[in-house]
Design a protein around this ligand. Structure first.
Ligand SMILES: Cc1cc2nc3c(=O)[nH]c(=O)nc-3n(C[C@H](O)[C@H](O)[C@H](O)COP(=O)(O)OP(=O)(O)OC[C@H]3O[C@@H](n4cnc5c(N)ncnc54)[C@H](O)[C@@H]3O)c2cc1C
Length: 585
């Protein structure tokens, strides 16, 4: 590592800090440890903050560009949430598609992304598709750089990937919005990391074994237990380094060209969650270090923030999350066919088989007449067929009542009464969310209506099972247990089966949760963080969940977040490479 010993002067400015330590009004001028000591502890062309997929890619591409790099990671281990993930990467126009001679044209793909990300503004006949020049440029940049980033990582020996296929179906993965006209390539944009055997597609841990392993192989220094708390700017406002806290000491690191943040979202920062989210995110499967540090660090440097209410959403188990919000997983694919979800009025409000991100949005729907969130908590109700036939598919336990979060009763009235009691118990933590007086009657009516749809195979309310996403992901993640005493679903719509007229019945309380959040400082198409005047803050870049998502709230398909994180990490590194090195001050 390049060990610097350059003087910092009084004229330099230390800005930013975690919410816990410094407020914006108390930005420190000329009082940092670095200034007092008059030297930097470390120095390189580019400083990368974080060691997840976005940050690691930025570091590897920067190194390949010939820049010297220092990586700072606040956790004692590397890999971030990326290492907990399934490792799937959504990459348009990828080598597997091209190998199958499937054209994923830029114009078409960008239209699809624009349609999904900006449904209220998208208009193909307007300039910039109606979504604005900058937003369109972000989507074009993603398309232009996604597949080349994978190929570059492969070329430098930092990653091995293959097409990610849908396990038992053994076919390319269907996008999360496969059926809209704008999606011309509805399946096949997903790749997955290879395991050490070089053949089998693995998980996030394998992705990060590749990327973090490559950092090591290439001799890129990674300083764990280093929590970056500030960026350092020169008098011209250029970011020239960072301050980190490590073992009770302050460590200063100079960045001659740029600092790139890849520090994840704020899912585990209760204060930010309470401030920015409409209904609580009760828990997240992001790793516990996702506390949104970049928001205050960049905010103090003058960054403008975007999409702060955003998150990569998933339903979660309320009662598990109340015990520990650091979750292993979300309810990504609610299992079962004789299963429906209802709100506090006992009414269905969503296609239960829609993708996790879009489905979970329903929790924040506002009822203006009652001034309430009627779907704040939802109730997954099912019968013995689902409890037995889909046992073991999370969150259904192996035995029907084999988990404390499963509520059961012989009748629907009994189930409603037990649910009401359970809600009372957790009331102090849920704003006393309760069932309406007509919940049981409405639930019965909802089941009658659902059963009629299940018989015809046509969900006239929410189109459950109408589109390939629903049916294919149901087949992969919610197959019937081979040893079940119940017959296979004979319906043409395998996602729906009538609930039995006889109990026992079961219910699980679902809450709003997330993989991680995706709001933060806004970047431009070069990955540069923008200030409140819409100008780039010189020397400051970001990628992954720590920035305002370039896709806004849309989850284009499996692997969306990692596809974006690595692509924007590479974009940031390439543009940072072109920066003129700052003067040593
Ligand atoms: C169970 C699960 C499955 C998932 N599966 C998929 C999937 O298959 N495909 C997909 O696309 N997405 C998936 N996701 C989501 C995906 O994991 C994340 O969106 C992605 O990993 C985010 O990457 P990142 O680079 O932005 O940040 P992270 O991987 O979260 O890395 C951020 C790093 O920054 C560090 N850091 C934070 N603050 C500081 C600081 N102040 N100083 C220094 N370091 C700091 C953190 O400790 C962390 O190591 C899944 C998530 C979960 C939980």
């Amino acid at each position: 590592m390049a060990e610097g010993n350059k003087n910092l002067t009084r004229r330099q400015v230390i800005v930013g800090a975690s919410a816990a330590t410094v407020t914006l009004g108390a930005v420190t001028l000329g009082s940092s440890k670095a200034q007092a000591a008059g030297r930097w502890d470390h120095e390189s062309d580019i400083v990368v903050v974080g060691s997840g997929a976005g940050a690691s890619t930025a570091a590897l591409i920067a190194h390949d560009n010939g820049d010297s790099v220092t990586v700072l990671e606040k956790a004692p281990i590397v890999g971030g949430t990326s290492a907990k993930s399934a490792g799937v990467l959504w990459i348009p126009n990828n080598f597997a598609l091209r190998g199958r001679k499937i054209e994923d044209k830029k114009e078409d793909c960008v239209r699809f992304m624009a349609r999904y990300s900006y449904p209220e503004r998208f208009n193909a006949s307007q300039p910039n598709l109606g979504i604005g020049e900058r937003n369109l440029a972000m989507l074009e940049t993603f398309y232009d750089n996604a597949s080349p980033t994978i190929e570059r990582l492969q070329k430098i020996g930092a990653l091995e990937v293959a097409e990610w296929r849908m396990f038992a179906l053994d076919r390319p993965a269907t996008d999360y919005l496969d059926h809209v006209l704008e999606n011309k390539v509805p399946a096949g944009r997903t790749l997955g990391p290879l395991k050490a055997d070089g053949k089998t597609v693995g998980l996030g841990v394998d992705l990060m074994i590749h990327l973090n392993g490559a950092l090591k192989k290439k001799g890129i220094p990674v300083l764990v237990n280093h929590r970056v708390v500030r960026v350092v700017t020169n008098p011209a406002g250029r970011v020239v380094g960072v301050e980190a806290e490590s073992g009770g000491k302050t460590v200063t690191v100079r960045a001659r060209k740029a600092v790139i943040f890849g520090t994840g979202g704020y899912a585990h920062n209760p204060e930010f969650v309470a401030t920015y989210q409409r209904v609580p995110i009760y828990g997240a499967c992001a790793h516990p270090w996702s506390t949104g540090d970049f928001i205050n660090i960049a905010g103090a440097a003058g960054a403008r923030l975007g999409y702060m209410a955003g998150a990569w959403r998933t339903q979660i188990l309320l009662e598990e999350a109340l015990q520990n919000p650091n979750l292993a997983a979300g309810v990504f694919f609610p299992p079962g066919d004789s299963m429906l979800q209802v709100n506090r009025y006992g009414k269905r409000v969503v296609d239960e088989k829609r993708n996790y991100n879009d489905r979970t949005e329903i929790h924040a729907q506002f009822n203006p007449t009652e001034a309430e969130y009627p779907n704040h908590l939802m109730f997954m109700v099912y019968d013995e067929r689902t409890a037995d036939g889909f046992a073991g598919a999370y969150p259904l336990p192996e035995k029907p009542t084999g988990a404390p979060y499963v509520i059961s009763a012989d009748t629907l009235d009994g189930l409603a009464a037990k649910l009401a009691e359970r809600l009372k118990d957790v009331g102090p933590k849920t704003g006393n969310f309760s069932l309406s007086a007509d919940f049981a009657a409405n639930l019965k009516a909802s089941i009658v209506r659902y059963n009629a749809f299940a018989k015809t195979g046509k969900d006239e309310d929410f189109s459950r099972g109408k589109h390939s996403y629903d049916t294919e992901w149901h087949a992969v993640f919610s197959p019937m247990h081979p040893g079940s005493k119940y017959p296979k679903n004979p319906s043409p719509n395998a996602t729906m089966h009538p609930l039995s007229a006889k109990g026992p019945y079961y219910a699980i309380i679902l809450a709003s949760g997330c993989l991680d959040t995706n709001g933060g400082p806004q970047i431009d198409p070069k990955g540069r963080v923008l200030n409140t005047k819409d100008q780039p803050i010189p020397g400051l870049y970001g990628a992954g969940n720590c920035i305002a998502s370039p896709s806004r709230y849309a989850y284009w398909g499996a692997g969306h977040t990692l596809g974006n994180a690595i692509t924007w990490g590479a974009v940031a590194a390439n543009n940072a490479h072109a920066e003129t090195p700052s003067e040593a001050e």
